[in-house]
Design a protein around this ligand. Structure first.
Ligand code: APR
Length: 313
């Protein structure tokens, strides 16, 4: 069977760590690309990773480059290019810089890998996914944003810490935009099949949701020099695996919604089925009145961000 080709644009913290997790899981051959201004850094990281393969026991080619020709005909392209948050910056502060970077990257992807599924990671996520779609013009199914898998992982981690149980037993779902306006769904959170509401008070659950919502800022505050990358890269890897292995995973991702949830043509965090074609289906849940109100607030924030971006690019 032919190996999948996975290109990662941006060989910084998230990009290089994604290459690491994807290689360790033998998901395919990997191309790590960055701008010429960083010199041979992508080549250095790629070679270093390759040299870990005899020890870690994975067979894949890892190439570092600044030339999009090396990414030609990728099956999956992951976009992590851009600047990361520093303390005091919100994801929206990144809007202007990253909209330009992601627009330029999207144009290159369109030329080099016209059949790829594109996973966008750069922030502010919901706007960057929209930008990638605008520039590539790819079918909406082949453009997807990573946010929900990470936000849900943070939420599941904090729940496991609180309850003193394995993270493997926590199943949860979040919707909406990445970060401040994400919408938790307590009705879709269970611990070994037990509804979480039977194990935690509403107040404690709200505190845990809040910590997950600010999970990115908490890491920025601790690192001081950049933003999270282990968990974001792990989240991307799960999405890459769903695509290259056609696993049809049901995951929360930023996906294009038009009639779905009445969103009207924007990428927002919703549960989707992710397989070789990208977003194969958006799952429409029956939300409570409160969840609907929270989701609409989140969608409104995404629309505002996209409108602000339109004035900058
Ligand atoms: N093309 C390719 N790579 C680029 C471009 C470009 N036009 N512009 C910048 N880059 C590269 C940088 O040179 C850098 O190596 O993107 C990389 C970003 O890496 P980091 O600064 O380490 O940032 P990282 O922590 O990886 O975050 C990247 O992901 O989670 C989001 O908010 C985060 O938007 C940020 C992105």
């Amino acid at each position: 069977m032919k190996r999948a080709k996975i290109s990662i644009i941006g060989a910084g913290n998230v990009g290089a760590t994604t290459a690491h997790w994807c290689a360790a899981a033998e998901l395919g051959d990997i191309v790590l690309l960055d701008i010429p201004a960083v010199g041979d850094m992508p080549k250095g990281k790629a070679l270093d990773l390759m040299q870990s393969s005899p020890i870690m026991g994975f067979d894949c080619q890892i190439t570092g480059t600044s030339d999009y020709a090396d990414t030609a005909n990728s099956d999956v392209v992951v976009v992590t290019a851009g600047i990361a948050r520093k303390p005091g910056m919100s994801r929206d502060d990144l809007l202007s810089t990253n909209a330009k970077i992601v627009g330029a990257v999207a144009a290159e992807i369109k030329g080099a890998s016209p059949g790829a599924v594109v996973i966008v990671v750069s922030n502010p996520l919901d706007a960057m996914v929209q930008r990638t779609w605008q520039v590539t013009g790819f079918p909406t199914q082949r453009i997807v944003g990573q946010a929900g898998v990470l936000d849900t992982a943070r939420y599941r981690t904090f729940l496991a810490m609180e309850l003193g149980v394995s993270v493997e037993d926590i199943s949860a779902l979040l919707m909406g935009g990445h970060g401040d306006t994400m919408v938790p769904l307590p009705s879709c959170t269970s611990v070994g099949g037990i509804p979480v509401t039977q194990l935690l008070s509403t107040e404690r659950l709200a505190q845990i949701v809040d910590r997950a919502r600010n999970g990115g800022a908490e890491i920025v505050g601790l690192l001081k020099t950049g933003s999270a990358y282990y968990a974001p890269a792990a989240a991307v890897t799960q999405m890459v695996e769903a695509i290259v292995r056609d696993k049809k995973r049901l995951l929360p991702c930023a996906a294009y919604c038009d009639k779905e949830y009445g969103v009207g043509g924007y990428f927002v965090g919703v549960p989707v089925v992710l397989g070789s074609g990208g977003v194969e289906r958006v799952i429409e849940l029956k939300l409570t009145a409160q969840e609907t109100a929270n989701f609409q607030k989140s969608v409104a924030a995404v629309k505002e961000l996209v409108a602000a971006m339109a004035k900058l690019v």
